[in-house]
Write a protein that binds this ligand. Structure first.
Ligand code: FCB
Length: 474
């Protein structure tokens, strides 16, 4: 008994010591930088002559009338005990009615002063049934593109922004490698249709977030929590990206097309900087969330692991730098808490002590700087393909924009090759699990009349664009 007590005592003392020694080391070598915003004059900015000043949207979130994809089904598939998937059990329905009002929306962009616009093409509209392409839908997007170009707004197409046609899901969707052939047929067709008018292309929006949310954490469709499936879907999306990139490079008549990869950048910090297991959890969370994919584009090797549980590796050297630009979607950073009982052995929370947006996301503008610094090592130009704020009362939008554009200006001043910035979003829209309550728009949308109204806070963005008009990209 006495012996056991001794072992317990010295064992605990040893672990405590180990914890402190390692966290002291980590606290010194991995700092947690924060800028003192009270001493920063955010009006001191400057931007290059040529710069993409844009806004971003996605089809499902603004178009309306999309009843043939996985999100339509998801809204109608309650969770356990009948709890709705979407806040207040909202349905996307007509969204911001942009499919009808797109001509007016292009006028709004032009009046605002944007020289770039990023939007997604809805696969389930283009190919409503397997192998049947809808020419009317193709012409709709062609008209949108032509109107943008006539207004001197550079279009950027996203081929996939979270939604899959129902027929694709029924065939096993991203879980099956053979389904990549369907994806490639759609992607190829879009490139053939629009390559003469559109220079900027992106494959999947946030193809790190899609497998994590859909197959590991289960919040997005299809709502699974299976590490192996998560990694398999990640692999198939990486393959889909690389194949699309190589194919577009081959098909490009001008060789000027810019095909990018867009990821959701979310740095993870240990919640308790004096607890080694929080550090470990933050390390694995960051790898699973984004680092493994980024490493794939640097080395050709994708490797994810949950210690003592499972691991997965996929290698393809064609993946090395398979992009003309790296798209960063940046909103916030998170804190990670170790929890042995969660499927991933950690959970994510918001960092305490920071002002928050209506999404509850901590406002951390300098994180954009650190992200660019970190990913510049990929050796390709960077575009900030999304950054923005949910702010229904429009009280923090102006400051948010000032701070983020100040950070952007500092990034450029330090010499990083960043080509553009797309504010999320042009219009208020359907924010996935959160529904319509979260107001991201430069323009407010009245969902009864679909009237658009420019928000006061958005004028900060307009001011900067007027001061540094840039020109579009190509
Ligand atoms: C990003 C998504 C975008 C929007 C913003 C708030 O992760 O790409 O569709 O929902 O978050």
């Amino acid at each position: 008994m006495k012996k056991r007590g001794k072992i317990l005592f010295w064992g605990s003392a040893f672990l405590l010591l180990l914890n402190f020694a390692s966290t002291i080391y980590l606290n010194i070598t991995v700092p947690n930088p924060e800028w003192d915003w009270s001493r920063i004059d955010t009006s001191k900015v400057s931007f290059p002559d040529k710069f993409l000043w844009g806004a971003a949207t996605s089809a499902y979130q603004i178009e309306g009338g999309l009843y043939n994809n996985n999100w339509y089904l998801w809204e109608r598939t309650p969770q356990r005990f009948g709890v709705p998937r979407i806040a207040r059990d909202e349905k996307c329905g007509l969204a911001a009615n942009h499919y009808e009002l797109y001509k007016e929306d292009v006028k709004l962009m032009a009046e605002f002063g944007l020289n770039a616009y990023r939007f997604s093409i809805e696969w389930s509209r283009i190919e409503p049934r397997e192998g049947e392409f809808d020419q009317k839908a193709i012409e709709h997007y062609r008209d949108l593109i032509r109107r943008l170009k006539a207004a001197k707004i550079e279009p950027m197409i996203t081929l996939h922004h979270f939604t899959d046609p129902i027929w694709f899901v029924d065939l096993g969707g991203w879980e099956k490698e053979q389904n990549l052939a369907y994806w490639m047929r759609y992607a190829r067709r879009m490139f053939q249709e629009f390559q003469s008018e559109v220079t900027y292309w992106s494959t999947f929006n946030e193809f790190n977030l899609v497998p994590v949310s859909g197959w590991l954490e289960g919040g997005f469709p299809p709502g699974k929590t299976d590490f192996h499936l998560f990694a398999t879907v990640s692999k198939h999306m990486l393959m889909g990206h690389v194949q699309t990139y190589l194919e577009f490079k081959k098909l490009s008549r001008t060789k000027k097309h810019q095909v990018g990869a867009i990821l959701a950048i979310l740095e993870a910090r240990p919640y308790n900087r004096w607890f080694i297991l929080d550090w470990l959890a933050a390390y694995y969370e960051e790898r699973i969330w984004m680092q493994a994919m980024i490493e794939f584009f640097a080395t050709g090797r994708y490797h994810v692991k949950l210690p003592f549980r499972d691991s997965f590796t996929y290698t393809d050297t064609d993946g090395i730098r398979a992009m003309d630009f790296f798209g960063i979607n940046y909103y916030t950073r998170t804190a990670v808490v170790f929890n042995f009982f969660s499927p991933t052995f950690y959970y994510r929370i918001q960092l305490p002590g920071f002002p928050k947006t209506d999404m509850g996301w901590a406002i951390y503008p300098e994180g954009l700087y650190f992200a660019v610094k970190r990913y510049a090592s990929l050796g390709v130009p960077i575009i900030i393909t999304e950054s923005g704020v949910a702010d229904a009362t429009d009280t923090i939008r102006a400051r948010f924009i000032q701070q983020h554009l100040y950070v952007l200006s500092e990034i450029l001043r330090a010499g990083y090759d960043v080509r553009g910035f797309y504010y999320w979003s042009l219009l208020d829209n359907f924010e996935w699990l959160e529904g319509f309550e979260k107001r991201f728009g430069l323009f407010e949308v009245d969902y009864k009349t679909f009237k658009r109204t420019l928000r006061e806070g958005s004028k900060e963005y307009q001011k900067i664009i007027r001061q540094f008009p840039g020109r579009g990209g190509s």
